[in-house]
Each structure stands twice: as structure tokens, then as C-alpha cells.
Design a protein around this ligand. Structure first.
Ligand code: CTP
Length: 474
């Protein structure tokens, strides 16, 4: 993801400095070249040796270190990176940054650099709430090349609760990936993505759901955001980390997902339904727990939910690009093509859920991508982030090829990394071969008569929404 990118990690003197070691590890795992500069305060919390070992490069600690200066030099450090990230950024460092004070290596490099800078503040709640800190942060946020991530609310190292926790390294990583990406081919566009499972309640303790982890949809949301889109994510219950910079609407049931998706679909130029939406829901949800003494067997009547994607397909305008996913266990291509046609989609992504590397919860996927003309691309086993990247490449190509009214801001992507290819590159192949594995369970076999207990089907509760932090386009 960050192959060929040079990232400078600045670490300042806060307890969250230990988390920046994980950030460095994650950056290296994403194949970035990482340099670390630590303030004197940071070295009280974590050693330069740790950072040197993790980054694989010498760590800068002083402006007056003759060896480091002669080998790398603070001006070269400032120039020769693609992104700088300060994590944690203490109140003191933020104050220096906002006022142009350069009195140590890190603050000097920061003042000398023109590359995007990501700040991840981490401090005590009172320090964060202090109007002076807020003013300094506001000053930084006004600058186009600066992005501030977090801080998050929660338990702080000082024992207090509140805002001030440095964001998790994976969230900071999202912001770094965003900042490192110079080509924002979805800038100014709205992308709506659904992800995760839905939960259909039977009674206050029991429910029907499925094995979706939401990973594919989260990867799609992260990719869309890094390309500059304004992303709305309608997310079923999952424990996965929500991507940074994405407006997230948390839902529980298929009917809540239907309401949230419908609310946001009209404005979106691209809509992608990766969610594993329940096809059936109990016709009644019991208000009290069903007691086992009451019945030897429990009849459960299920009724169909709305097919959200089909409804979107029926309503979509010419400018919208609609993508569905097909979770199949048999006759994959035939079934996926049928869904593509019946739901009026522009593209469908089919995967064989019986393959452990391609099904729910896996970090990888093996997909076949079918367009309206029936052209099929088969991609090899890929990490889900790579599938997302290729899918957006494909979506952008198809949109660019469609009548000009569909696409507002298409820019051609540079050849760059070899792994960025679409169907014609990177090991994918075009074919129309189908597959046949084990038969899919029939949901209808679980239907039966309703339970006796008094029951009501509650109206869907209002889904929780988290807004992304406002941030400048770089
Ligand atoms: N989908 C939806 N609303 C539903 C069910 C599915 O929007 N109630 C969407 C999914 O998000 C996915 C596509 O439709 O993008 C295909 O879903 P899938 O579960 O593969 O197939 P179904 O249409 O539900 O049909 P079946 O379960 O019979 O395969």
C-alpha cells in the first residue's frame, strides 16, 4: 500500500509514544521506508533503539548530532519524505508547530518541510480542552497540508476519562495512506458503501445473523476515502476498526440498513453493497425472553426483508454507478450474472463463500468481476485491500467509458505500482468458467409457525452516526 513512499515519524514526549512503535511497524509492513525522529521527551518513554530496530533506519534525536547530521541532515529529512506524521503530538509540540518554533530536530524538520503532515494528538483531557491548545490545533487545521487525527475519547493514562487518547495506530495509518496518495481520482464525489452482517432479533437475547465480518466493505470504504471521496458507510454490527475520515452510520437489522442506505443513495455517484443483508427476518420480535419450559419445539416464522440492492437498481439514475456483491456457494457465475441483471447493476463481484480464503472473515478474497456486458475478470487470491484498489480502478474505468454525464471528475491514473492493475494486469484473467461446490443451505427450511408469546416487531431504532473529522484535501 505504501510501497515506494518515505514516511517520517516524529515521536514526542507523551505516554502514547509506546503506540508509535506499533505505527512504525504497521508502516513498514505496508512497505514504506520509515525514518524516525524523537524529541528528548519521547526518549523518556521509548528508546531510539526500539524505533531503529522497527524502522530499520537510524533514528534522529538531536539537531547537534554530528554523525546523523552528516549522514542524513535535517534539511534532507524534511525534503526527502512523502509524508510526515507526528504521533503522539503533545500539547507542547502542537503549540510549537502552530507558532513556528523550531528549537529541536523534530520541530526544525517540520518547519522546513512542505509535505503533508499528519498530527495525532495525545495528552491529558484538561490539556486538550484548554482553549490555548484548541486555538493551536485550529491554527494547524487551517493549513492545507496538515491533517489532525483524533484524539479519541476513553480512559487516559492519568486515570481520567475523556478526550485525549491518541488514536489507534491503524487509524493514524489510514490518515497517512490518505496523505501519501497524491492522486485523488474520487475527489468531490460521494460514495455510499454498505458493509457487515445484519442482525434480526428473535427475542431480547436471541437473534439470526450471518458470518460476515464487514472486512471487505471496510476495505472498500478505506480505499474510496484515500482516493478523496466523501464516503458514507452503512455498517452492520462488527468489532472491526472503522476507517478514518468516513461518515459511519451504524445499523443492526436489515430494515435499519434499508432506511439508512435509502437516505443516502440519492446523492451518491457510486453505491456499493458489500453487506450480507438478511433475506429473512422473524415476523415478530418477542419483547420478553422465550422461556424453554414454554415449548418443546419453537416454531419460527420468517418473512422476507426488502432487497435493498434491487430497489436501488430500480430507482437509480443514469449518473449513478451501482455495484453488488454475490456470495455464492455454487454455480457462481450463473447466479452472479442473474443478480447483475435482475438488480440492474453496473458491476457485480462474485465470490465463492465455501473457499476459506474468499469467504466471510478472511483477510483475502478471490473474486470474479462481471460487468453489464457479461465480461468477466477472474482475479487471483488477493488481500482485501488490493481487491478494493482494483475494484475502484475498474469502477473508474467503466465510469470513464460510460456516457460523459455519468462521470464528473475522472482523471487517468498514472502507471505507478505494478500491483495497481485492473483486469488486464497483475495475474487476473478473463473467462466465463463457472464453479460448483457444496450446495447452499435453504433458508426457507427454517420457517415454521409463530411463537405463542406476545410479541411486537419494533420500529427500527435511529442508527448511530459518526461524522468524519473534517480535513483538508492535499
Ligand atoms: N442484498 C440487498 N438486500 C438484501 C439481500 C441482498 O441489498 N435483502 C444485496 C447484497 O448486499 C449483495 C447482493 O444483494 O450486494 C447479493 O446478495 P446475496 O446475499 O449474494 O444474494 P441474494 O440477492 O440475497 O440472493 P440469494 O441469497 O438467494 O443468493
Amino acid at each position: 500500500m505504501l510501497k515506494g513512499k518515505r514516511i517520517l515519524v516524529g515521536v514526542t514526549g507523551g505516554i502514547a509514544a509506546y503506540k508509535s512503535a506499533e505505527l512504525v511497524r504497521q508502516l513498514v509492513r505496508k512497505r514504506a521506508t520509515v525514518h524516525v525522529v524523537m524529541t528528548e521527551g519521547a526518549q523518556h518513554f521509548i528508546t531510539p533503539m526500539t524505533m531503529q530496530t522497527l524502522s530499520g533506519n537510524p533514528v534522529g534525536t538531536s539537531l547537534w548530532d554530528l554523525t546523523h547530521e552528516s549522514k542524513i541532515g535535517h534539511i534532507d529529512l524534511a525534503r526527502d519524505v512523502d509524508v510526515m506524521v507526528v504521533a503522539p503530538a503533545t500539547a507542547n509540540f502542537i503549540a510549537k508547530a502552530a507558532n513556528g518554533i523550531a528549537d529541536d530536530l523534530l520541530s526544525t524538520v517540520m518547519l522546513a518541510t512542505t509535505v503533508p503532515i499528519v498530527f495525532a494528538p495525545g495528552m491529558n483531557k484538561s490539556m486538550w480542552d484548554n482553549p490555548i491548545t484548541r486555538r493551536n490545533v485550529a491554527t494547524l487545521k487551517e493549513l492545507r497540508h496538515i491533517t489532525v487525527v483524533g484524539p479519541d475519547a476513553g480512559e487516559l493514562a492519568c486515570g481520567e476519562e475523556g478526550n485525549g487518547r491518541m488514536s489507534d495506530p491503524v487509524t493514524i495509518l489510514d490518515a497517512v495512506i490518505y496523505a501519501a496518495r497524491t492522486e485523488k481520482d474520487l475527489a468531490g464525489e460521494k460514495v455510499l458503501i454498505s458493509a457487515g452482517p445484519t442482525i434480526e432479533d428473535i427475542d431480547p437475547v436471541r437473534f439470526l445473523s450471518n458470518r460476515s465480518s464487514g472486512k471487505m466493505g471496510l476495505a472498500m470504504a478505506r480505499e474510496a476515502r484515500s482516493r478523496g471521496a466523501e464516503v458514507t458507510l452503512v455498517l452492520g454490527p462488527t468489532s472491526r476498526t472503522i476507517p478514518w475520515g468516513v461518515q459511519t452510520i451504524k445499523v443492526r437489522s436489515a430494515s435499519e440498513m434499508h432506511a439508512a442506505v435509502t437516505d443516502h443513495a440519492r446523492d451518491a455517484q457510486v453505491v456499493i453493497m458489500t453487506a450480507a443483508v438478511a433475506d429473512f427476518s422473524p415476523s415478530r420480535t418477542l419483547t420478553e425472553k422465550l422461556k424453554k419450559e414454554k415449548a418443546k419445539s419453537v416454531p419460527l416464522l420468517l418473512e422476507p426483508t426488502t432487497d435493498i440492492l434491487r430497489e436501488l437498481g430500480n430507482q437509480k439514475g443514469r449518473k449513478q454507478f451501482l455495484v453488488g456483491f454475490a456470495a455464492e456457494s455454487q454455480r457462481i457465475l450463473t447466479n452472479a450474472k442473474k443478480k447483475l441483471k435482475e438488480k440492474s447493476l453496473d458491476l457485480i463481484v462474485a465470490n465463492d463463500i465455501t473457499n476459506p480464503h474468499a469467504g466471510f472473515s478472511a483477510d483475502t478474497n478471490i473474486v470474479r468481476v462481471i460487468d453489464r456486458k457479461g465480461h468477466t475478470d477472474e482475479w487471483p487470491l488477493l488481500p482485501k485491500w488490493e481487491v478494493s484498489r482494483r475494484l475502484f480502478d475498474t469502477i473508474q474505468q467503466k465510469r470513464a467509458a460510460a456516457p460523459s454525464s455519468r462521470k464528473r471528475t475522472t482523471r487517468s491514473r498514472s502507471g505507478g505500482g505494478g500491483s495497481r492493475g485492473t483486469s488486464s494486469r497483475g495475474g487476473s484473467r478473463s473467462t466465463s468458467r463457472g464453479g460448483s461446490r457444496k450446495p447452499k443451505a435453504d433458508a426457507a427450511t427454517e420457517n415454521a409457525a409463530p411463537a405463542k408469546q406476545t410479541a411486537t416487531k419494533p420500529a427500527p431504532s435511529k442508527p448511530a452516526t459518526t461524522k468524519p473529522e473534517p480535513k483538508p484535501e492535499t
